[in-house]
Design a protein around this ligand. Structure first.
Ligand SMILES: CC(C)(COP(=O)(O)OP(=O)(O)OC[C@H]1O[C@@H](n2cnc3c(N)ncnc32)[C@H](O)[C@@H]1OP(=O)(O)O)[C@@H](O)C(=O)NCCC(=O)NCCS
Length: 237
C-alpha cells in the first residue's frame, strides 16, 4: 500500500530535511509517518521537518510530534497581499531609491544586511560570495533590488524576486532591511512599499514574503499594509 502522507526529502546547509503539508490529515498518522521517514534517512538521528499548515491537522500536531520525540522550534509565516497595499504607494514618496549595482554594491550591502539581521539564523552572516551566487540566478534582476542611501551609505534596501510559478503569479519581498542606526524613522515602511510598487509596476497584483512569527516589528509592519497569513510553516526537530 502506498503511503498517503507525501513527505518530501530534501536538504539544507545543515543536512537532510523533511517537508510535508498536513492539511486535514490525522495528527497521529502524520507524526508516525514522519518518524518512520526520519528513521530511514541518514544519519539516523531525528531529521528536522518543516510542516505546512500544522494548525489544520486533525488533532494536536505538537502533541503527536512530541510523542515521537520532536519539538516545535520555529514558526515561519508565508504572507500575501493584493496590490496596491493598504495606503497605496504613498509611503514610498520622497524616499529616493536606486537599483543595486553589480560589482559595486556587494560589500556595502553585506555589511548593512548583516547588521540588520545579526540575530537571524539564515539571513545574518552573509558573504559577498553568497550575493554573487544570487546574481548568477535566472531570477536575479538588479532593477528589482532597491537601495536607499543616506550620506552616501546604504541605509535601507528591498530586494524583490518574481515567481511566475506561483498561482496566481506573484512578486516576493525577498530581503528587506534597514540599518539599525536608522530604525523607527519610517524607512522600513517606505522601502517595503517601494518594493511593492516595483512588483506592481512589473504587472503583478499579488505579493508574498516569508517572515518569522516572532519578528514582531516586521510582522506588525506587514499587517498594517494588509498582508495576511497564507501558510504557517512549523519546524520540528
Ligand atoms: C522590520 C524593519 C525593516 C522595520 O524598519 P523600520 O525602519 O524600523 O520601520 P518603520 O520605522 O518604517 O516602521 C514601520 C512599522 O513597523 C512596525 N514596527 C517598527 N518597529 C517596531 C517595533 N519595534 N515593534 C513593533 N512594531 C514595529 C510598526 O507597525 C511601524 O509603523 P508605525 O511607525 O506606523 O507604528 C527593521 O526593523 C529591520 O530592518 N529589521 C531587521 C531585518 C528584518 O527583520 N527584516 C524583515 C525580514 S522578513
Amino acid at each position: 500500500m502506498t503511503n498517503p502522507i507525501a513527505i518530501k526529502v530534501g536538504a539544507d546547509a545543515t543536512g537532510p530535511l523533511l517537508e510535508v503539508s498536513v492539511e486535514e490529515l490525522v495528527a497521529a498518522d502524520v507524526a508516525a509517518a514522519i518518524a518512520a521517514k526520519s528513521s530511514e534517512t541518514p544519519p539516523g538521528d531525528l531529521v528536522p521537518v518543516w510542516v505546512d499548515h500544522p494548525e489544520k491537522a486533525d488533532g494536536n500536531l505538537d502533541e503527536a510530534m512530541s510523542g515521537v520525540g520532536y519539538r516545535a522550534r520555529r514558526d515561519l509565516w508565508k504572507l500575501e497581499v493584493g496590490l496596491p497595499p493598504i495606503g497605496g504607494f504613498a509611503a514610498a514618496e520622497g524616499v529616493a531609491v536606486r537599483s543595486f549595482v553589480i560589482n559595486a554594491d556587494e560589500e556595502a550591502w553585506v555589511e548593512v544586511n548583516n547588521r540588520a539581521f545579526a540575530w537571524h539564523r539564515e539571513q545574518g552572516g552573509w558573504t559577498v560570495e553568497q550575493v554573487a551566487e544570487r546574481e548568477a540566478e535566472d531570477w536575479f534582476d538588479a532593477d528589482g533590488f532597491l537601495i536607499h542611501e543616506l550620506d552616501g551609505d546604504i541605509a535601507g534596501f528591498c530586494w524583490t524576486k518574481i515567481h511566475d510559478e506561483e498561482e496566481p503569479p506573484a512578486g516576493e519581498i525577498y530581503v528587506i532591511g534597514v540599518d539599525p542606526a536608522h530604525h523607527g524613522k519610517g524607512l522600513g515602511r517606505a522601502m517595503t512599499v517601494a518594493g511593492l510598487e516595483s512588483i506592481h509596476s512589473r504587472g503583478f497584483s499579488r505579493a508574498i514574503l516569508y517572515v518569522d512569527a516572532d519578528n514582531t516589528p516586521a510582522a506588525r509592519l506587514y499587517e498594517t499594509l494588509g498582508f495576511t497569513v497564507e501558510t504557517v510553516r512549523r519546524l520540528y526537530s
